[in-house]
Design a protein around this ligand. Structure first.
Ligand code: FDA
Length: 338
């Protein structure tokens, strides 16, 4: 049985210049308009807004990972904001008994400014999360921080903080060897999110066309599953989700089946049987609900924060193909309901 029905793919009609045009127009629009566009993708400004969204989506059987908006900081004091806000997030999750993890961006904690201080900041959040039985995902940013992000995660494991995992980006050539490297260090304790990668990286280090990006992402999924790692597949794309479902079937994995892989890691609290699906708030809700209804664990990535405007604009400018997706969400809402 096919898990996903493909709607008519209009991608070929709406790429390139058109997408750039949508982005160029959107970023010139008043703040309220950008806010209106991003309303479905951002929970709001405050943790209370994210709590409301989690209450609503909990009823749909989803679990969550929470992202406080904001990225690279320009001085170490700015990291204090993220430290305090993530503490609030941990309290809110615990008080409301939500099934939720944290997603953090290493550059927001100062990893590029002062590695040691940045590492300490991250460690304090991972440690507090551990005391509260919570998992922390280090989001993967652009290629300047790939090495540091992986190393920070490995150092945390060495320091006894195993409630942390990293993201790898299918588009980067290096990701497949990063899986080998991390497997050698952590074995089946490795816990990945795998995505295509939002940052448009140069062609000497990454795939730049759609098909090779999809193929490379699928190759990473296979390699992670074969390594016995926990695999969170973060994609809304049919060829990636269909490939994952096939890959799971081949390995005897699936909903309500204890992870059958001989090399699989320990059972993890608040996790699926060796894998889960992850999607962004507001994107392809029907597909997410279908996966949940079939018993797959599905996690919604919930961004919130005062920096919603900067986040929305930067994301649009960094990767103008999002323009197509925003447009498509408006003219073909049935393909992309929240
Ligand atoms: P694709 O871009 O082909 O999207 C498939 C369809 O999904 C589109 O046609 C559209 O309908 C819909 N869609 C996808 N994204 C949308 C959007 N933003 N708005 C509206 N519609 C959208 N990247 C990264 O570099 N580092 C990271 O840490 C993460 N973390 C992360 C977490 C989670 C939970 C997700 C889902 C994604 C990420 N990403 C990420 C982003 C990821 O790398 C990728 O850029 C996006 O998920 C889009 O790629 P898809 O695989 O969804 O395919």
């Amino acid at each position: 049985m096919k898990m996903v029905n493909r709607p008519l793919d209009v991608r070929t009609f709406m790429v390139g210049r058109f997408s750039r045009l949508v982005v160029a127009l959107t970023v010139r629009m008043p703040r309220w308009f950008v806010g209106w566009v991003s309303r479905r993708y951002v929970a709001g400004k405050r943790i209370e807004d994210a709590v409301k969204v989690m209450r609503r989506l909990s009823a749909e059987g989803a679990c969550f990972t929470i992202d406080v908006l904001g990225e690279e900081i320009s001085n170490m004091e700015e990291a204090n904001f993220f430290l305090e806000e993530y503490k609030r997030v941990i309290s809110a999750i615990t008080e409301n008994n939500f099934d939720a993890a944290l997603s953090i961006k290493p550059t927001a904690f100062g990893i590029l400014l002062d590695r040691e201080a940045g590492m300490k900041n991250i460690e304090s959040i991972v440690s507090l999360a551990k005391q509260n039985n919570m998992f922390v995902r280090l989001d993967m940013e652009d290629h300047r921080v790939t090495d540091d992000t992986i190393q920070v995660m490995l150092e945390m494991h060495e320091n006894g903080l195993e409630n942390v995992g990293v993201v790898l980006q299918g588009r980067l050539f290096r990701s497949i060897s990063d899986i080998d490297y991390i497997t050698k260090k952590l074995g089946p304790n490795a816990d990945y999110r795998i995505c295509k990668g939002i940052y448009l990286e140069p062609s000497d280090i990454s795939h730049t066309e759609r098909k090779p990006i999809v193929d490379a992402t699928n190759e990473c999924i296979d390699a992670m599953l074969d390594a016995g790692a926990y695999v969170a597949v973060a994609s809304h794309d049919y060829p990636v989700i269909e490939h994952t479902l096939e890959a799971l079937k081949k390995r005897g994995m699936g909903p309500n089946i204890q992870d059958p892989r001989k090399n699989s890691g320990p059972e993890r609290p608040h996790k699926g049987p060796g894998y889960e699906f992850q999607m962004l708030l507001g994107v392809r809700g029907p597909m997410r609900r279908k996966l949940t209804a079939s018993g797959h664990r599905t996690r919604v990535y919930i961004p919130y924060g005062e920096k919603w405007y900067e986040y929305s604009i930067r994301r649009l400018q960094e990767n103008p193909t999002i323009g197509t997706q925003v447009f498509k969400a408006f003219v073909m809402p049935w393909t992309n309901r929240p």
